[in-house]
Design a binder for this molecule. Structure first.
Ligand code: GUN
Ligand code: FE
Length: 446
């Protein structure tokens, strides 16, 4: 589907091979018998029924497969702070809540306990690919990689880099950063040896926290490193007015906040920029020029009072847009919650501007949650959609699960647009009953 389009495949059979690649997608006549359809596909493709695992949900009109969610911005160590931000805004919030918690990941036992919970929690919410910020610590970051790999969640593993304007107990020197960064990259790559590019589970991502906590020298080194290994990059850009002013004063010889990253070679076609709320026309043009994408984090932006990102403006200008939970600036590990909030924030912009076209629809925010994420992470040739040649990263949704706050009435069956609206606004992780990555079931609640 394209942005704004809702593509529903009913009476459809999807065949997935051992590597998780969708090899067959075949639609049958509406209401035709599923058993004989499956037999037909088996016969046509010369397959052996006994060697196949067949999942047939055609008898239940309330179940459907949806592409796995892609969370392009989440701080794994911050999840224990979800919901805890008081009345702070960004810079005070970092000092008061965030740095002390992240500093505690020097202890690998703490890291192990929390990272296990985080991967479970995001997986159970249907996140099949997440781009994680870890902490500055090499061992804890390696552990995050190992836990994601073992639990089977696709993950970008970012060792957070910060060598200035940080607390004494949570800062590194340039040399310490280099050593830890090399260690993490080597470890992540060794973990995935033997995988092909499309079925790799974890990948390193270069993660200068933001210009405020990195010297120009460090950012230039990270830019070079990203170029040398074609590594992904993630950082924060233009989140809060106080932050923007502080960074402008710190880097007076650059044209803008985005220009700092551009001149340090950190803007690439595989760079994720979180927030981008207050960027100028010129900064937007820089993102377009380098084909860098953004992670829209509306739950975080509302909670710590950062602002409302102009998503329609970015989309209309050809900027790639995805969604991020930004835990714990954001309060929820659920991309469904973030998608809902993205829709609402777009309405708030309309209430101020009276420009109705700024509204995002259900189909659009669910596109950002899947295809948009794949575009921003540069994996849209094999993730985000159910098409032949794509990997089967999916969630099985049951709208009628027991204890779900989503009340379903029989007369609503088959009205897919309305059912998706209900799911977006009233659904939660209870409706995500199975999760698949590379065709492998990694969560099953039924
Ligand atoms: N800017 C620098 N660090 C952070 C962080 O941890 N969260 C958010 N939302 N913004 C940041
Ligand atoms: Fe963030």
């Amino acid at each position: 589907p394209a942005l704004g389009e809702l593509s529903v495949s009913t009476d459809t059979c999807i065949g997935v091979d051992k590597k998780g690649t969708i090899k067959i997608k075949k639609q049958f006549e509406e209401g035709s018998d599923s058993e004989s359809n499956i037999d037909l596909v088996i016969a046509e493709n010369g397959l052996e029924r006994s060697e196949l695992e067949i999942l047939d949900y055609s008898a239940d009109p309330n179940k459907f497969f949806f592409p796995g969610f892609i969370d392009t911005h989440i701080h794994a160590p911050q999840v224990p702070n979800n919901g805890i931000f008081g009345n702070t805004t960004l810079l005070e919030w970092l000092e008061k809540y965030t740095f002390p918690l992240e500093a505690s990941f020097k202890d690998v036992k703490t890291a192990s306990y929390i990272y296990n919970k985080v991967i479970d929690r995001t997986l159970t919410n249907g996140t099949t690919l997440a781009s994680y910020y870890a902490t500055i610590h090499e061992n804890a970051t390696k552990l995050l990689n190992d836990i994601a790999y073992l639990k089977g969640q696709r993950a970008m593993i970012g060792k957070t880099c910060m060598n200035q304007h940080s607390p004494d107990n949570y800062i590194e020197t340039l040399d310490e950063c280099k050593e830890a960064q090399y260690g993490v990259i080597k470890h992540v790559e060794e973990t995935n040896e033997g995988h092909e590019s499309f079925d790799v589970i974890t990948k390193p991502i270069i993660t200068p926290r933001f210009a405020g906590s990195c010297t120009e020298e460090l950012m230039k080194w990270l830019g070079e490193l990203s170029q040398s290994g074609e590594y992904h990059v993630q950082t924060h850009l233009s989140e809060n007015h106080g932050e923007i002013k502080w960074i402008a004063d710190m880097f007076p010889h650059f044209d803008s906040y985005a220009d700092i990253y551009a001149k340090c070679n950190l803007l690439t076609n595989r760079t994720v920029l979180a927030h981008c709320i207050h960027i100028s026309e010129e900064e937007k043009d820089l993102l377009v020029k380098h084909n860098s994408g953004i992670s829209h984090c509306p739950t975080s932006n509302s909670s710590i009072t950062s602002g409302e990102a102009r998503i329609r403006w970015l989309l209309d200008n050809g900027v790639k847009v995805s969604l991020g939970t930004d835990c714990s600036g954001g309060f929820s590990p659920s991309i469904l919650t973030v998608a809902r909030h993205a829709l609402l924030v777009s309405r708030h912009l309309v209430m101020k501007s009276k420009q109705d076209q700024q509204k995002l629809t259900t189909a659009e925010v669910l596109f950002l949650a899947t295809v948009g994420g794949a575009q921003v992470l540069n994996v849209d040739s094999y993730l985000g959609k159910f098409e032949t040649g794509f990997q089967f990263d999916a969630q099985l949704i049951d709208l009628n699960v027991e204890n779900s706050p989503l009340d379903l009435f029989p007369f609503q069956q088959g009205r897919w647009q309305e059912l998706l609206d209900k799911w977006l606004f009233n659904g939660d992780d209870r409706n995500t009953v199975k999760v698949f990555v590379n065709g492998r079931c990694v969560v099953s609640k039924v």
